[in-house]
Design a protein around this ligand. Structure first.
Ligand code: 5GP
Ligand code: ZN
Length: 115
């Protein structure tokens, strides 16, 4: 899939609306439509790279520098007791959007909808 067919590239360009959690020059974070748990957030590079095998040094560096800031913001906003950070690579591993992304899943204890 090229960037022009990609849902997340459309979100980066503002062609599809999203509930933004964080943005800088290289990284965007927004609420996942599915909200598996309250505050479920996706963190993506603005540059279209499909999966972990394609991720460049600069892209991964920019992305992971933003993650603690986003995690702290989610903790402050939603008050979870824990947080999972997940990434699916390949259809067989559960990847459904082929633009690299991390799931940040705030956790609230047993029965919070995940795991
Ligand atoms: P994956 O299954 O690839 O790891 O995760 C893709 C995620 O993207 C899913 O959790 C799905 O709910 C989310 N998603 C798909 N389309 C959209 C969209 O248009 N907007 C938002 N905010 N999330 C989306
Ligand atoms: Zn893309």
């Amino acid at each position: 899939m090229t960037g022009s067919d990609c849902i997340f590239c459309k979100i980066v360009h503002g062609d599809i609306p999203s509930a933004k959690v964080y943005e800088d020059d290289k990284v965007l974070a927004f609420l996942d439509l599915s909200q598996v748990t309250k505050g479920h957030t996706l963190v993506i590079p603005k540059k279209h790279e499909e999966n972990v095998y394609e991720l460049s040094h600069d892209t991964s560096s920019n992305l992971f520098q933003a993650v603690p800031k986003i995690a702290r913001a989610l903790k402050a906003t939603y008050g979870p007791v824990g947080m999972n950070i997940l990434n699916n690579n390949g259809e067989e591993a559960g990847q459904s959007v082929f633009h690299y992304h991390l799931h940040l899943l705030p956790r609230y204890g047993k029965g919070d909808g995940f795991g």
